[in-house]
Design a protein around this ligand. Structure first.
Ligand code: DQA
Length: 149
């Protein structure tokens, strides 16, 4: 696979606490470890990854708006905002970019409030339940989408 494309990997609230936060659910990897793993996979896929995290809905919205002209696709784990944020969903729509949604945990095995995601409605597809490996699967899927389209 040889494509030169730029992918925004966005992480929402509380994901800066990976490694400390509920390790029985989210594992022991930190967000820095996760970024390093994503950068390694991106290099193999000839993708450039811009990896970011914010606890603020508006900041995530602004980054998604900017991605419209600065990136070729978005991989997003919006954390709890996945279940609540119409604003992030709207920003993803206006970006007109391919979206791959990812969650570390299997949201369908958890509380009912996590079973619905606004992101899924606008994503090409969603990966959940595979821990950090899900991000690598999401990058594989994004590379495939970008090569195909
Ligand atoms: C999460 C699942 C969400 O329900 C939760 O609010 C998160 C993390 C995940 O990666 O499994 O913050 O998106």
């Amino acid at each position: 696979m040889a494509i030169d494309a730029s992918v925004l990997v966005l992480n929402g609230p509380n994901l800066n606490m990976l490694g400390v936060r509920e390790p029985h659910i989210y594992g022991s990897m930190t967000l820095d470890d996760l970024e390093a793993a994503c950068q390694e996979r991106a290099e193999q896929l000839s993708l450039v990854v811009d990896f970011r995290q914010s606890n603020h809905e508006g900041e995530l919205v602004s980054w998604i708006q900017q991605a419209r002209t600065e990136h070729d696709g978005i991989v997003i784990n919006a954390g709890a905002y996945s279940h609540t944020s119409v604003a992030i969903m709207d920003a993803l729509i206006l970006s007109e970019l391919p979206i791959v949604e990812v969650h570390l945990s299997n949201i369908y095995k958890r509380e009912a409030i996590r079973h619905h995601s606004h992101i899924s409605a606008v994503a090409k597809g969603m990966i959940c339940g595979f821990g950090p490996h899900g991000y690598l699967l999401a990058l594989d899927a994004m590379a495939n989408i970008l090569e195909r389209d």
